[in-house]
Design a protein around this ligand. Structure first.
Ligand code: GLY
Length: 424
């Protein structure tokens, strides 16, 4: 397989769908124009009004194609511990609002995979939603062998951005990373929890508008919403099994290596911290560039939590003063040509980050000393909510960060008492 940089894959994808008649559109802001979502978490978010035909696409095009900056925050605490989870990622997408559907989409996804990326067809596997025999036939007619197609249920093969709105069954493409990456179980197949079969492309057949009461109302047209995680496909194209080993993220890990005088892949705790700072620095840069400021609620709180978690791991790596500007510089240099807003707003990003680093950095050491003492005196396995509140209120520790440090030592936090203190 030939090596491709992240930048090459991004451009080849957008060009491919432009040539199919899609309009190339810019990524939308991380602040969605949608009160049901805290942050933009998928390429389809900016296109919800088009799926609902509240807005119409210029009829000269068959659809749209984008690379969308996304932040997903449901699993911040496991970021860094795996090679797959990222808080910030780029999603390649193409979207149809009635002009093309399953047949075209499946053919194009296969064409792009095997002819542009030149992925070996024998390493591709396909899943469809449990009742979707039509898509099985489409894949078969495109030459996919029957034993490379399987059915999965709602958890894997029905996609929605939130509880309501445009959604539908989906068909996913997996790349077989080889038995040596997997669990070795005889029944290992796409959908298995292990890393062997890596899902890299999701083709959603957006046909429904999810209602408040849980029912699915048919949409006026049958649509396409696809998502391909850029970091995932970059890992495949670069022959690595961990997102942090791909060019862009490895470049950020290298910033940490230089800054902290460490070598990646020599010690687990160091690697974890290097990965966390590499990931969080991207979220933080893009969130601030889109106008999010650290605060104690909503998306501002997500930003503060990411920022403070990054600072804490920088301190773990041995740095005392501000350091994130070095990451911002690398991110702007690497990604500014795709997302001009991070170039335009670089000064704002640097100012906000430096001010948070200063504020939190000043109390971090004292907060850690307070927490160490509280834990040394602890009887039982739960830190009181009052102490978690002091850490929050006096030392600026987001409660989730306190929970994470405690969890490393097998200790829980009384979050109910913490909430009560916050109320008071
Ligand atoms: N919107 C499809 C996906 O994010 O997978």
């Amino acid at each position: 397989m030939k090596y491709m940089t992240t930048a090459e894959i991004r451009e080849k994808y957008l060009k491919f769908f432009e040539e199919k008649g899609c309009k190339r559109m810019p990524s939308s802001s991380l602040i969605p124009d949608d009160p049901s979502l805290l942050l933009t978490s998928a390429g389809m978010v900016q296109f919800k009004p088009y799926f609902l035909h509240v807005k119409e696409l210029d009829p000269a095009y068959v659809g749209t194609t984008t690379v969308q900056k996304c932040v997903r925050t449901n699993d911040i605490d496991i970021i860094g511990t795996t090679g797959r989870h990222l808080s910030f990622f780029e999603m390649l997408g193409n979207f149809s609002f009635g002009k093309y559907f399953k047949k075209e989409m499946c053919a194009w996804a296969l064409e792009f995979s095997t002819q542009v990326l030149e992925l070996p067809a024998e390493r591709l596997y396909f899943t469809v939603f449990e009742d979707d025999d039509e898509t099985i036939e489409i894949w078969k007619n495109l030459g996919v062998p029957e034993d490379h197609i399987s059915k999965l249920g709602e958890d894997d093969n029905f996609w929605r951005a939130g509880p309501t709105g445009p959604c539908g069954p989906c068909s996913e493409i997996y790349f077989d990373q080889g038995p040596e990456v997997g669990c070795g179980k005889p029944d290992c197949k796409p959908g298995c929890d292990c890393d062997r079969f890596l899902e890299y492309w999701n083709c959603v057949f957006t046909q429904f508008d999810g209602q408040e009461d849980g029912t699915l109302a048919p949409l006026k047209t049958k649509n396409i919403d696809t998502g391909m995680g850029l970091e995932r496909i970059a890992a495949i194209m670069q022959g690595v099994t961990n997102n942090y080993d791909t060019d862009v993220l490895r470049g950020l890990v290298a910033v940490g290596e230089r800054l902290f005088g460490k070598t990646y892949k020599t010690d687990d705790a160091t690697d974890l911290s290097l990965r966390i700072v590499a990931d969080h620095s991207r979220s933080v840069t893009f969130m601030i560039a889109d106008g999010i400021l650290p605060s104690n609620e909503g998306r501002g709180y997500v930003l503060r939590r990411l920022l403070r978690r990054a600072v804490m791991h920088g301190h773990k790596l041995g740095i005392e003063g501000p350091f994130l500007s070095h990451y911002i510089e690398q991110i702007v240099n690497e990604m500014g040509h795709v997302y001009p807003e991070i170039v335009e707003n670089r000064e704002l990003v640097e100012r906000v980050v430096a001010s948070e680093e200063e504020r939190f950095g000043a109390t971090l050491r004292q907060g850690q000393a307070f927490l160490d003492e509280a834990l040394s005196k602890l009887e039982g396995d739960t830190l009181s909510g009052k102490e978690a509140f002091t850490l929050h209120d006096t030392y600026g520790f987001p409660v989730e960060v306190t929970e994470e440090i405690c969890a490393e030592r097998g200790i829980k936090v009384d979050t109910a008492e913490f909430e009560a203190c916050m109320e008071e």
